[in-house]
Design a protein around this ligand. Structure first.
Ligand SMILES: NC(=O)c1ccc[n+]([C@@H]2O[C@H](COP(=O)([O-])OP(=O)(O)OC[C@H]3O[C@@H](n4cnc5c(N)ncnc54)[C@H](O)[C@@H]3O)[C@@H](O)[C@H]2O)c1
Length: 445
């Protein structure tokens, strides 16, 4: 039987500061995950300091200027004006924080291996001023083991004792950008602590702002939970994408199949195909797990296979465009292609890892002239450093294009008008499903 640890005096003192909201909260990395978290903590009365090495974000926050859609403008302004929330690039004040949450990026290297250099860099900053009575909680998505194998040794170099002097936890962020129903506040949160005291303090911390907190037995379980959730999505999207490739060969509509399959009330869950996967999670996180699995002599084949299929999709879109133009006696070379949407999913402004960029690159290499419209992405820089600008969506632009290619199904676009104006529409998202009549010019994925 596991012996319960004696309650740490420091843990009790920190919990008290947390429950009476006198604890100072530091959020390191104030992006898509960090900013909503910082605002939620400030709203319930904590003093919150955002730390970021990007001075532009820091200035914007300090001026109360919002840059993340999921955060309400007025809430951010209120918190900044009431001095509950501020930001800095100077990490020396981290010692003043009682609870420090890490929300920095976890990308992949060019070879698709985990790049946890951001986590390491932040851990080293925190370690410089770590003091007794602090909670450090990692929220960045990562492979199972990061908290105990990477963070804990770096923080322990201070000489402070885990579970007695300082507390360490992992709690994955599950934010779904653009989802109005499930936000940071009402999405349940999994927490794993390095020791019982760590779990106790971390659970108390998250309970202040989140309706349902689910404690698990270790940070590793919490880390694994997050990568499993994202792998589940990646694999199911890949499955439906592969069915799309097959339906294309069979000459049937995958969308009809999905609509029919969705009438089954049990044993099935709908995932929609598309031009590929994007964002900071689905294309990346499963590879954190695949990399870790190799350390244990395992190849997680579902992940590799899902990645392979999902990466195929931009090439399939290119093939669809080529075939559709060919039908009209035209070629991609010299064509004028107009992309609708570059964000990786509908109604958001995030274009990181967006498959739209890959489609654009492929078609441009084939000799097409490419322009795009995205109501949420006025401009972006591609991986070659070239800056692209959205051009207004007008009747003339659509009429002039050899084809309009729908890559993101943003809600504000009038798809009936698109189908009316364009000579040819390639719809990779079923965005035109509401247009029932006169759609001979529409080619579905
Ligand atoms: N965006 C999502 O939908 C989402 C959802 C769940 C989990 N996550 C995970 O959360 C983590 C953060 O993702 P994000 O989308 O918020 O990223 P982001 O790029 O929007 O924000 C990260 C911020 O960290 C800052 N930063 C980088 N290095 C830093 C350092 N050394 N010190 C301080 N600040 C630093 C960056 O300037 C940036 O502002 C990732 O691990 C991601 O996988 C993201």
């Amino acid at each position: 039987m596991k012996l319960l640890e004696a309650p740490s005096i420091r843990a009790s003192a920190l919990k008290k500061k947390i429950t009476d909201r006198t604890a100072v909260v530091g959020v390191v990395g104030i992006g898509y995950v960090g900013l909503p978290l910082a605002v939620e903590k400030a709203k319930v009365g904590f003093d919150v300091i955002g730390y970021d090495r990007n001075p532009i974000r820091v200035d914007q926050l300090n001026q109360g200027l919002n840059y993340i859609r999921d955060v309400r403008d007025e809430e951010l302004t209120d918190m900044v004006e009431s001095r509950k929330l501020r930001a800095t690039t100077d990490f020396s004040s981290l010692a003043s924080c009682d609870c420090i949450v890490i929300c920095v990026p976890t990308p992949l290297t060019l070879n698709k291996e985990p790049d946890i250099s951001y986590i390491r860099a932040v851990a080293k900053e925190i370690a410089k001023t770590l003091r007794a009575g602090q909670l450090v909680s990692l929220e960045s998505t990562t492979y199972p083991g990061t908290t105990q194998e990477v963070l804990l040794p770096l923080l322990s170099e201070s000489g402070l004792k885990i579970g007695e002097d300082f507390f360490l936890s992992f709690s994955p962020e599950r934010v779904d950008p653009g989802n109005a129903r499930y936000t940071t506040k009402n999405t349940s949160k999994v927490v794993g602590g390095v020791t019982d005291a760590c779990l106790d303090v971390a659970t108390t911390f998250y309970q202040q702002t989140i309706a349902s907190v689910y404690p698990v037995s270790s940070p590793k379980v919490a880390e694994m939970t997050k990568v499993f959730e994202n792998t589940f999505r990646a694999v199911n999207i890949a499955l439906v994408n592969e069915m799309t490739l097959l339906c294309d060969r069979l000459g049937i509509s995958v969308w009809d199949v999905l609509d029919a399959a969705s009438t089954k009330p049990f044993g099935i869950m709908r995932f929609d195909p598309g031009p590929g996967v994007g964002g900071h999670c689905i294309p990346l996180d499963p590879f954190y797990l695949a990399w870790k699995a190799r350390e244990y002599d395992m190849n997680v084949r579902f992940i590799e296979l899902a990645g392979e299929i999902n990466w195929t999709m931009p090439y399939f879109v290119r093939e669809k465009v080529m075939r559709a133009l060919n039908e009209r006696g035209e070629s991609i070379k010299g064509s004028d292609l107009f992309m609708l949407g570059v964000a990786y999913k509908k109604d958001i402004e995030d274009w990181r890892e967006s498959p739209a960029l890959k489609v654009m690159e492929l078609l441009r290499k084939d000799g097409a002239r490419i322009n795009y419209y995205d109501p949420h992405v006025p401009s972006f820089t591609d991986e070659h450093g070239e800056m692209w600008h959205s051009i207004p969506l007008s009747r003339e632009v659509m009429e002039r294009a050899s084809a309009v290619i729908i890559l993101t199904d943003h809600s504000v676009i009038d798809y009936k008008k698109v189908v009316d104006c364009a000579r040819l529409v390639i719809d990779t998202r079923n965005a035109t499903k509401g247009v029932r009549a006169d759609r001979q010019n529409v080619v579905m994925l």
